[in-house]
Design a binder for this molecule. Structure first.
Ligand SMILES: *[C@@H]1O[C@H](CO)[C@@H](O)[C@H](O)[C@H]1NC(C)=O
Ligand SMILES: *[C@@H]1O[C@H](CO)[C@@H](O)[C@H](O)[C@H]1NC(C)=O
Ligand SMILES: *[C@@H]1O[C@H](CO)[C@@H](O)[C@H](O)[C@H]1NC(C)=O
Length: 290
């Protein structure tokens, strides 16, 4: 008797210790489906849908499992830029890790179109969302070492900070293109604050980002992003950006944008002259996931 209560007690305690609290906020959503195009996946020895689902649930980087013909495969949210897509289809199963808050009333809806398939990892802090249409779902990871940002306009952008002292904006753009991106714009205060934490000291120093002064006339206090995918100007509010009104034709005009860090100032974006490369310690490349 005592043996058994001890057994249950220790079993319970082990579960409490091993299962992060955030797991209560996560569900596996099971649908009939088949994975039509696949990047890297991991084969496992799980033999039932239930075990396959639970195995993925417990593996932190597993965002989806695919069970077909008694074979269970796991898919990671980090697969170096690869994509996979899921088409609704009977006879095989797909289960997707999803934040419970995305499931209406925490119950199973009639159709997958009522769920936002999106998982926030306690390990990375990043959110990994699937794209969805009426016939299926798809997911694309960022390339290794590129940070994922899921934006308010529904787009997904991957960013890579390249440390490089004194680089010109032109050189930064060349290097970003070699890496498969472009010097990126910044869509929110949150994004610029994240980038600011990566600026190495001693300060003030900054990273080139993909935006500049944009006026037909002078003086000018209007800026635009030039990456082709950043649409929000929320990061350029006065509480976040130290932007001057300037003549964009002056020799000293500060026409280029940086994420900068200056000894504790809450501001994260600064406009500088393109020749002020002594302030530059790197640049931020980005690309939008299609
Ligand atoms: C959620 O639950 C509430 C209260 O039970 C109910 O009124 C509401 O209709 C439910 N919403 C959905 C989307 O099922
Ligand atoms: C819907 O998504 C599926 C899975 O990603 C894809 O194969 C299909 O082409 C998409 N359909 C449309 C109309 O975009
Ligand atoms: C940039 O310069 C600083 C200070 O001289 C140095 O510590 C750092 O290693 C340099 N960074 C790179 C990427 O060269």
């Amino acid at each position: 008797m005592r043996f058994w209560s001890l057994f249950f007690l220790s079993f319970y305690l082990i579960l409490e210790l091993l299962v992060p609290k955030a797991y209560c906020q996560t569900r596996m959503v099971l649908i009939y489906g088949s994975v039509t195009s696949s990047g890297t996946s991991t084969s496992t020895t799980f033999k039932t849908v239930e075990d396959c689902k639970n195995g993925c649930f417990e593996k932190e980087d597993c965002i989806m499992m695919y069970f077909m013909l008694e074979k269970c495969r796991f898919y990671s949210y980090a697969t170096n830029g690869q994509s996979f897509s899921i088409l609704a289809q009977s006879k095989s199963y797909v289960a997707i890790k999803t934040d419970a808050s995305n499931i209406p009333n925490n119950t199973c809806p009639d159709t997958f179109t009522n769920i936002k398939f999106s998982y926030t990892s306690p390990a990375t802090g990043d959110t990994y969302s699937f794209k969805k249409n009426s016939t299926g779902l798809s997911y694309t990871s960022c390339k290794t070492d590129w940070k994922r940002f899921e934006r308010a306009d529904g787009t997904f952008v991957c960013m890579n900070i390249v440390l490089s002292n004194g680089t010109t904006y032109t050189k930064a753009q060349e290097r970003c293109q070699e890496l498969g991106g472009t010097v990126t714009g910044v869509a929110s205060v949150e994004e610029s604050k994240f980038l600011q934490t990566k600026v190495p000291g001693p300060q003030p120093k900054g990273f080139w980002i993909g935006g500049g002064r944009n006026c037909p006339t002078v003086p000018c206090s209007s800026f635009r992003w030039v990456d082709g995918y950043t649409t929000s100007y929320d990061a350029l509010v006065p509480s976040n950006a130290a932007l001057t009104v300037s003549k964009n034709t002056d020799a000293n005009s500060e026409n280029y944008l940086t994420v900068f860090a200056s000894n504790g100032t809450p501001l994260t974006i600064n406009d500088i002259n393109q020749d002020f490369t002594s302030l530059i310690v790197g640049f931020v490349c980005g690309y939008k996931i299609l």
